[in-house]
Write a protein that binds this ligand. Structure first.
Ligand SMILES: [Zn+2]
Length: 365
């Protein structure tokens, strides 16, 4: 169960530096996760621009290639793998990218009479006019929740005791369907898996099945305890990311031995900045249709260190596999000697999902 979103404080602190009476430099508990995060940014920035800690630019991979990454995964040094994933890992499952303006989704919203397209995902608008959001949810509701090869590859990392955590931007719950537990996951943009009553005094939790039933009955979901609106736990514009995102990243990223980034264009902050939070020696593998996250993009522009470097002569730890996430995971699994096991797992799990679907359809008919 996730906590209710914290008040807007953290966001404000990240953008507006309010004058403080205490200038001792000790960012007390009030700064919370964001304060520490900023300190880390500054530390990274200084160490990279002043050449401090250059000794840690140690080459950990014996080769900057998928083969090099595979050999590293098989070595005892790689115990804590973190995956960072985005919409690209779910496209082969037929899940539309719910929030991205690139999918043409916003262009199809005229029928809802919104004041402007983004309003459909804005929390203030939703609380007054929930109908468009639920109509869209119904329209986009996946016919089937069938995780991809990539999802099951992450599950294999878990089964083999290598996965520290999977940080997902996706709200489609496919990581859970593939067998990751709540503790294995940080759903940075929330999830459809659970819903909560929007009343801060109530906050009653509801399941995905409950929500699905309301959505398809064309009913606006109302709390059966207090009659307030019930909202899926996805993060709307104007809401904070889950508190768990900030607390987990500080525990996980300093201990990360290998970062695998899949199916994300690293455009959405603060998620994108996570690639700079592993230690300077930690290898990073990108599996994506195109290279992304390089220093010449947004992060370099902002002066933050830690952007990806695949090609410069200083490149020493970043590897890019260009292609679909499923192909990348299969190629890596092949090098690890896991390919047959992965294919078997996918087949077995998909058969289970299909037979469950059949039973549900039969009982509905
Ligand atoms: Zn309630």
């Amino acid at each position: 169960m996730s906590d209710p979103p914290a008040p807007d404080k953290k966001d404000e602190e990240a953008t507006i530096a309010e004058p403080e009476e205490d200038q001792s430099g000790d960012s007390s508990d009030e700064g919370g996760a964001t304060g520490d995060t900023e300190m880390e940014f500054l530390r990274n920035l200084f160490s990279q621009t002043l050449g401090l800690g250059s000794g840690s630019r140690e080459k950990v991979l014996d080769e900057l290639s998928l083969e090099g990454v595979a050999r590293y995964i098989q070595s005892p040094a790689s115990k804590n793998v973190i995956c960072m994933v985005g919409a690209g890992i779910s496209t082969s499952a037929g899940i539309p990218d719910f929030r991205s303006p690139d999918t043409g989704l916003y262009a199809n919203l005229q029928k809802y009479n919104l004041p402007y397209p983004e309003a459909i995902f804005q929390i203030d608008y939703f609380k007054k006019h929930p109908e468009p959001f639920f109509a869209l949810a119904r329209e986009l509701y996946p016919g089937q929740f069938k995780p991809t090869v990539c999802h099951y590859f992450i599950r294999m990392l878990k089964d083999k005791g290598l996965l520290r955590r999977c940080y997902s931007q996706n709200i489609d719950t496919l990581e859970r369907v593939a067998g990751l537990q709540g503790d294995d996951l940080v759903e940075a943009h929330g999830t459809f898996y659970t819903s909560h009553c929007v009343s801060f005094l109530c906050r009653k939790e509801y399941t995905l099945d409950w929500m699905k039933e309301k959505i398809f009955a064309d009913e606006i979901p109302k709390c059966d305890k207090c009659s307030s609106l019930v909202k899926p736990d996805i993060v709307f514009f104007g809401e904070n990311l889950p508190a768990r995102f900030f607390t987990s990243l500080q525990m996980d990223f300093p201990r990360c031995d290998l970062l695998i980034i899949m199916g994300t264009s690293l455009q959405v902050q603060p998620f994108a900045s996570l690639v700079g939070k592993v230690s300077a020696r930690t290898p990073r593998l990108l599996i994506n249709k195109e290279k992304t996250g390089q220093s010449d993009s947004l992060m370099g522009f902002l002066g933050f260190g830690g952007g990806m470097d695949f090609d410069s002569e200083k490149a020493y730890r970043d590897v890019a596999y260009l292609g679909t996430c499923d192909d990348g995971c299969l190629a890596l699994a092949d090098l690890l000697g896991w390919k047959t096991e992965l294919e078997e797992l996918v087949k077995q799990e998909h058969t289970l999902i299909d037979s469950k679907d059949k039973r549900e359809k039969a009982s509905a008919a």
